[in-house]
Design a binder for this molecule. Structure first.
Ligand SMILES: [Zn+2]
Length: 347
C-alpha cells in the first residue's frame, strides 16, 4: 500500500514535470507561431484552398508544428514549392526592429521605377489611417506585367489580382499605382491577407504598427516573385505583431514567366469534370496560337486602343496581330480592365 502510494507520488511528479516542460515547449511553439506563422490557423484549411478572409485569422494560433521555409533575405528564400504560401525571413525579425520610434502615423510609397514597377511601401499605421469608406474601383490601374489571364481551374478564374502592397483595410489607399502590383490570387488571399488581418486586428484594438511591403523583382522582370512583409507593433516591443516574411507571388497549377507576366497551366491541376468549360481554354497571355482561341472568343480586344469588339466586327479584322487578343469572358470585367466598347459593333 505504502509502496503503491510512493509510486503514485513519483508518477504524479513525473507527470507534472513532463507537463511543465511540455507546456513551456508548447507555449514557445505557440509564441513562435504567433510571431512567425501568424496565419497558421487559417492554413489549416488550406487543402480546400478556401480563402479565409476576415478578422478570424487572428484566432488562437495552432501549436501544431509547422516546418516553414526560411532564409536570411528574400533573395535567398527557397523557391515556391507549393507547401507554404510564404517563407520566414531573418528569423522573423523586421529589419526596423529596435529602430522603431513612436510618432505620428504616415504612409510612404516609392515612385515607380523606369520599368513602371512599384517599390517599397511603408506606413506607421494607427486607427486614423484606416478607411472609413467602402473600397472603390481600381480597374484603371495597370501594374507592371499586368495580363488578363484566366484558368478555369482557378477559384475565380482570373490568375492575377491588382494586389495592394499595403492592404486597403490598413490605410484606405486604393487606386494608387504606387501601391498596386500584378499579384496572383494566391499571393493576395493565401499569402498576404492573413498577415494584413493580424495587423488590422492590432490597430483596431488601439495599437500602432510599423509596416512595410516590398515587392521583390529579379532583374528586369515585370512581375514580382514575391512581396516581403515586415510588421512590428510599437510600444510593446512587437508583442502583439512581429513578423518578417516573403509571400510568394505564385499560383499552384500555373507556371508564371515573371519577366512578362505570361503564364501557362503546369498540368498539376485540371478543371473539375463536373464543370466543363464551354468558353475557352486558358488564355495564357496571348502566347498560344490564336486560332482555337478566337473560335471561342466572346470579344476581340485591341490592346493598343483599349477597345473591344464583337468577333464579327469589321474593325476587329483590321487590328494588327500584335495588338489583337481574343477574349472569352464578361463585358464587365473588360470594362473594369479599362477597355471600352467599340462604337461600331456596340458589344
Ligand atoms: Zn467593333
Amino acid at each position: 500500500m505504502r509502496r503503491g502510494k510512493r509510486i503514485a507520488v513519483l508518477l504524479l511528479a513525473l507527470l507534472l514535470a513532463l507537463c511543465l516542460a511540455g507546456c513551456e515547449a508548447l507555449e514557445q511553439a505557440a509564441a513562435e507561431l504567433w510571431q512567425g506563422a501568424l496565419p497558421a490557423a487559417s492554413f489549416a484549411a488550406e487543402p480546400s484552398a478556401a480563402p479565409s478572409p476576415g478578422p478570424s485569422a487572428t484566432a488562437e494560433p495552432s501549436p501544431a508544428p509547422v516546418l516553414l521555409p526560411s532564409a536570411a533575405t528574400a533573395r535567398e528564400a527557397p523557391p515556391f514549392d507549393g507547401s507554404s504560401p510564404y517563407a520566414v525571413l531573418a528569423e522573423n525579425r523586421p529589419s526596423f526592429a529596435g529602430k522603431d520610434e513612436p510618432g505620428a502615423p504616415f504612409e510612404r510609397y516609392s515612385p515607380l521605377d523606369s520599368l513602371g514597377r512599384c517599390g517599397a511601401a511603408t506606413a506607421r499605421i494607427d486607427r486614423s489611417l484606416m478607411p472609413k469608406e467602402p473600397r472603390g474601383e481600381i480597374g484603371m490601374v495597370r501594374p507592371s506585367g499586368w495580363q488578363l489571364t484566366r484558368y478555369d481551374f482557378l477559384e475565380d478564374r482570373y490568375l492575377y489580382n491588382r494586389c495592394h502592397l499595403i492592404g486597403y483595410q490598413l490605410t484606405g489607399e486604393n487606386a494608387n499605382e504606387k501601391n498596386l502590383i500584378t499579384g496572383t490570387r494566391y499571393l493576395n488571399v493565401q499569402g498576404m491577407l492573413p498577415f494584413e488581418n493580424a495587423v488590422a486586428a492590432c490597430v483596431r484594438g488601439g495599437g500602432t504598427v510599423l509596416y512595410r511591403a516590398t515587392p521583390c523583382f529579379r532583374g528586369d522582370d515585370l512581375v514580382a516573385y514575391g512581396v516581403e512583409l515586415e510588421a512590428l507593433s510599437l510600444g510593446d516591443g512587437g508583442e502583439a505583431v512581429c513578423f518578417h516574411v516573403l509571400c510568394y507571388n505564385a499560383q499552384p497549377g500555373v507556371e508564371i514567366d515573371y519577366a512578362t507576366g505570361r503564364s501557362r497551366a503546369d498540368g498539376s491541376i485540371t478543371a473539375p469534370a463536373a464543370s466543363p468549360s464551354p468558353e475557352a481554354p486558358p488564355t495564357p497571355g496571348g502566347s498560344a496560337s490564336p486560332a482555337p482561341e478566337e473560335a471561342q472568343a466572346d470579344y476581340i480586344l485591341n490592346t493598343s486602343s483599349m477597345k473591344f469588339h464583337l468577333p464579327s466586327c469589321p474593325s476587329a479584322a483590321e487590328i494588327a496581330p500584335h495588338n489583337r487578343k481574343a477574349y472569352a469572358g464578361s463585358r464587365e470585367i473588360l470594362i473594369e480592365e479599362g477597355y471600352s466598347p467599340c462604337k461600331v459593333c456596340k458589344p
